[in-house]
Design a protein around this ligand. Structure first.
Ligand code: UT7
Length: 332
């Protein structure tokens, strides 16, 4: 078994739909502004009385398992990409493992933000290639809504992010599969898109909840312009890197699933690569930017809609906090 392939995908998004009009009532923004700058029409927020990242991930996993036509007991290992775990620690992998009742199997968490799912896929792919595991559950999931500043002060991030989970099942195979993954990072931009707290390198008194007067450092900070400018360069670079590595041309891509950061970013990539509309998948209109969840949710929907077929070349690409960026080239 020299390769890994994705044999199933599933997703779950919380029921509550948050429209641009709703956000316009609680902060100084408008449906027009949000659609023009981001393409987002609505996003989902959890109901904290019932939704957790772990139980939403269980629902996404159940869908992926049924799509793959395998039993959960066949899963050997879990790789979970998230920057918004239910607890500060332990990570979400173990909580999902508990939800699934798969006592004993290993569970790894990855914190690579918007590139998290591709990083996770790459790690799982290596485990399969070495022969260590045969079937791996790879999940990307986020609950962003509870950390957003839903006031005018936080509007440049509040309008973008949403909640959801995507899950995929990776399995060992003799045929390719995942052709390549390319992973990159440039930590000098770490503070351009980050949540500072609860950071560990703080005086003890600043980490005591009763001492915290300014909680803004617990909210997402994003230098939107800077992120945008780097994103459009890195997306193209890392897709070209994947094409070159596999001796493919951009025309060979059957479907590009970019991380759903901003519809303007996706449109820019599409025009640079001269891809027709049917060769790029976008659903940011309905879910906003769900960070590590965006690619697996999109993949699950594209599969459901019959937009991914056996033998096709599927390209995944992402850019985000870190900065990190990554791509995966897949022969389905
Ligand atoms: O997942 C990967 C990480 N994230 C991204 O890839 C996101 C990348 N960046 C972006 O998507 C865009 O930068 C944003 C959508 C966040 C912002 O769009 P922009 O076109 O870069 O706007 P801007 O930040 O340059 O702001 C333009 C104006 C400002 O007003 P002034 O200073 O020109 O008077 C902002 O205060 O728009 C204002 N503004 C808003 N107005 C209405 C910022 N947010 C809003 C808002 N509603 N929600």
């Amino acid at each position: 078994m020299k390769y890994s392939e994705i044999i199933g995908a599933g997703h779950y998004v919380p029921e509550t739909i948050i429209t641009n009009d709703y956000l316009s009532q609680i902060m100084d923004t408008s449906d027009e502004w949000i659609i023009e700058r981001t393409g987002i029409k609505e996003r989902r927020y959890i109901d904290p009385s019932k939704d957790t990242l772990a139980n939403m991930s269980k629902k996404a996993t159940d869908m992926a398992l049924s799509q793959a036509g395998i039993h959960k007991e066949e899963i050997d290992f879990i790789v979970f990409a998230t920057i918004t775990p239910d607890y500060f620690f332990p990570g979400s992998g173990v909580l999902l493992q508990r939800e699934l009742g798969l006592e004993g199997i290993g569970a790894l968490d990855l914190r690579n933000a918007c590139s998290g799912f591709i990083y996770a896929l790459s790690v799982a792919d290596q485990f399969i290639k070495t022969g260590m595991y045969k079937t791996i559950l790879v999940v990307g999931g986020e609950i962003q809504s509870t950390a957003l500043d839903l006031t005018t002060r936080g509007r440049n991030t509040a309008i973008i992010f949403g909640d959801g989970v995507g899950a995929t099942i990776l399995r060992a195979t003799n045929e390719p599969g995942i052709l390549s993954t390319h992973l990159h990072a440039d930590g000098k931009f770490a503070e351009e898109l980050y949540v500072k707290d609860p950071g560990s390198s703080r005086p003890r008194e600043e980490r005591q909840p009763e001492q915290i007067l300014d909680t803004s450092t617990y909210k997402v900070f994003m230098n939107g312009n800077m992120v945008f400018k780097h994103a459009v360069i890195r997306f193209i670079e890392v897709i070209n890197e994947a094409l070159d590595h596999n001796q493919l041309k951009k025309e060979d891509i059957d479907l590009l699933i970019p991380h759903q950061a901003n519809l303007r970013i996706s449109k820019f990539i599409q025009s640079k690569l001269q891809l027709p509309d049917e060769k790029i998948y976008n659903n940011i209109m309905y879910y906003g930017n769900t960070t590590a969840a965006s690619i697996p949710i999109a993949m699950s929907e594209a599969l459901q809609e019959g937009k991914i077929k056996k033998g096709q070349i599927i390209c995944l690409a992402a850019f985000g906090s870190g900065f990190t960026w990554a791509s995966a080239m897949i022969k389905w």
